[in-house]
Design a binder for this molecule. Sequence first.
Ligand code: BGC
Length: 758
Amino acid sequence: MDISKLLKSSFIEPEDYVDKKKMHPASYIKYGFSINDQIESAKIYMTALGVYIGYLNDERLGNQVLMPGYTDYNYRVQYQEYDVTEKISIGENKISAVLGNGWYRGSVGIGSKMNCYGTKVKFSAAIVIKYKNGTEQIISSSKDWKVSQDGPLRENDLKIREIYDAAKKISNWHNAVPAEYNGEVIAQEGELVLEHEHFKPTVLYTPNGETVLDFGQNLAGYVHFKIKNGKAGHKLKLTMGETLDENGNFTMKNLAAEGASLISGEVGQELIYIAKNGEQTYKPFFHVCGFRYVKVENWCEEIKAENFESVAVYSDIKAAGSFKCSNKLINQLVSNVKWSQKSNFVDIPGDCPTRERVGWTGDVSVFCETACYLTDPRKFMKKWFADYMLEQGDDGSLPYVIPQGGYSPQQRSCCAWSDAIANISAVFYKFYGDKEHLSYVYDCVKNFIEFEIKRAKKRNVLTRTHNGSHRKYIIETGFHYGEWLEPTRPMYKDFIKDLFYPDTEVTTAWFYQTALQLSQMAEILDKTEDAKKYRVLSDNIKTAYHKEFLKDGKVKSKRQCRFVRPLFMGLVDTEQGKIIAKDLNEICIKNDYKIGTGFHTTYKILSVLCDYGYIDTAYKMLENTKQPGWLYEVTKGATTTWENWNGIDENNIPRDSHNHYAPGAVVAWLFSYCAGIRPLKPGFDEILIKPYVGGTLTFAEAEYNSVKGKIISAWKRNENKYKFDITIPDGVKARIVLPNGNEQEVVGDRHVFECEVS
Ligand code: BGC
């Protein structure tokens, strides 16, 4: 039985009329069928262009949330399978579903654009029953299925609002209309989105007289509440926000993009619940919000903490690593980063769970190494990669938000963001040694580089004029976000400037890195000619970069990013690197060990400082508690990582999203430098343990479940004596490099070393 085909031909449309501007009520779908014989097995398959929850005999199917998940619906949609063998009974049965807007028709991205994939939601289901007598029965959705929009879920949107009228009975059932879907229906490919941790609140009474629940942890999810004694028709409201303002009052202000509130669109995050009589509980059907605080309005009885809980909702990805050390603030930072990953890995790797909630490619590109140390994201990312490739233009261009819904097809090929597919694949190869993945993405990366080669030949009259033969390796056209969000450069100023004058240092460096990564992929896949061609290309871009952006091999800038980028990308050799790293160290010290980098170099600054021996500076930057710095936000009580270093500024004014994982990508440094766990060969075929000790730390300990088994690297300091306790998986070779320079080759087992570090 080809389930994909069956579901593709069984789509129905439950609505006969839609007003594109409205936030629609949910559709209810039902169908009764009878079973007259003994069953061997019974399975239900369901999918939707929208979001659905399915039921058999009024019992919910499965425990996942936001089915069928987010794919580019122009091309494909997943279906889910439910084994109901034990749940179906001889006699009358009923299959039913609630169908909401989800990403298909609901608000998506900045501006909260609606109807990104279609204006009418669609649904498809099939029941496949095998009888003990050897026969098979197939029932699938058709015009005979009953549908209604007159049920309790009056409005639904992932982001803006859900309105539920608990007393309302479903009425006005009518027949569905068969519908067509041109995309592919595929089996569940990604991880399931499930409910995870639950938190109880404390009740706050804020200075402006409002009642606010503080759940103690910022997260993506919803509130599950209980009303002991409701009165029919009483309208209650919950608003979900991330923080309190400078006066201790509830606020949503930080959820509009800085300087761009006009384009930010409605964030909403509101739940309106119209009670019925008596005891009742509710949790949203299709409304997942980013929040820690909840403003409660017009509650119908005393607001008691015991009647509320927040429920974290995210993709069910296996944990892989843990890290702890003697600095409690760093441990809290690690916890914050884990929570930002959870909140933003909700079916797609997103940017934030509030304002936009979309797959900004640059965010996960900088974060992917951290994601690989903390978790095993391969299955989760596989589904997203497939959309990445489907959305490539015929000219090789790539979007910078994937799936692209809500962002115009012109929003393409932004350096660093669109390069993410190459960068993430290179990290994946390092961690998992999987050649199959490389060959899967190879053509996409190659087509993109061919697009970049053509683009680099075009000139932009508004940018600085680059002269000489190397000009054809400098990308100066197209829209690029540049380094993005350096502490001294506000978001909107960067945006406006980059609209007209792309930062060619950034674009050219990324052109280089992706060309180099492509040549390395070609080499691994035995594509000798391509390997050579793109190696030559990367060498030429490197030469152009030197001519244009370095003066006698030196960086002339006060911006930290200008030093970090050539160092981590290998745009300079070791000797030149020494000069650049020395200057970087000096500007970091001058800056009082505060971070000065933006989105695209923050995750590498500590590594390059350590690579060139400035370990003391790296630790001082990490442990700096002043703004801007990673630990500043921890001292301000953050429980997730902020988008901007001034998420709560010196006047306690909250700004921008409080749940962006990109700046938290420093966690990869804790694993790979502080504890020193790194793959020496792809897929941890050989391991390097090279801890960098320092700062105020008296101990650090990391565990990582690699594809070859568990690796542990722990160290303890006593005065200037250090003890290292290292465990390597059985049969795997490792090189251990201690901070005093001693090197050991070991195979498997636990190894303990001591050394002095002055
Ligand atoms: C998003 C980012 C994203 C950026 C592009 C923002 O609005 O939230 O995280 O990468 O736009 O610069």
